[in-house]
Design a protein around this ligand. Structure first.
Ligand code: HEC
Length: 166
């Protein structure tokens, strides 16, 4: 096909409103909060807002920390390891959104201490696992302290402790 006729065909298709082309006017409902946005930048901004920052992952981490404690009480060490793994993923995902939190997270939580605590839960030894829980609490609280959020450490989940007799 000649170049000129390709251009003519393209113009014809655009003019005719080639199915699926951008010329087709779409009706969006008010619920199409992303589709209705002006452009992709505006869409990503809306998504960023909805995905929140560090608070929502921390909410999940707090929830899982409670379940981790309950798992240890039941001596379900596989479940304790499961929650500990998810806590790591959640904090890493939080750092992806708020990189300024990364330094404290890596230094006080995600490195060696996370690995050692995981091994303590995986050992299946009751005393070792509870020692792991104590270290976990300390690691959480030291990051809050390092991030100048001491008030975070004064809440019910941090009263969770090992049973008196273990
Ligand atoms: C980066 C270091 C860091 C680590 C590690 C960390 N936190 Fe946090 N945590 C934060 C920050 C920062 C906030 C406040 C988030 C905000 O203001 O957006 C927070 C807030 C929280 C909150 C309040 C969330 C809410 O909005 O209700 C809880 C609960 C919490 N953390 C529990 C934990 C537990 C449990 C651990 C350990 C398993 C932990 N955190 C480990 C930095 C950390």
């Amino acid at each position: 096909m000649q170049k000129a006729s390709i251009i003519a065909l393209a113009l014809f298709l655009v003019g005719a409103g080639f199915p699926g082309s951008a010329t087709e006017a779409e009706e969006f409902s008010q619920n199409d909060w992303l589709l209705r946005a002006e452009n992709d930048n505006a869409r990503f901004r809306l998504l960023q807002q909805q995905m929140r920052g560090f608070d929502q992952p921390m909410w999940e981490v707090g929830e899982r920390f409670e379940r981790l404690h309950a798992a240890l009480q039941r001596e379900n060490y596989e479940l304790a390891v499961y929650h500990w793994d998810k806590i790591k993923t959640t904090i890493e995902n939080g750092v992806a959104k708020r990189p300024a939190r990364g330094e404290s997270a890596r230094r006080l939580f995600l490195g060696d201490s996370w690995t050692k605590i995981r091994a303590a839960f995986a050992s299946g030894d009751k005393r070792e696992a509870w020692d792991g829980f104590d270290s976990a609490r300390t690691a959480c609280q030291s990051c809050h302290q390092s991030e100048k959020l001491e008030f975070m450490n004064n809440q019910v989940i941090f009263d969770l402790a090992r049973p008196h007799r273990d």
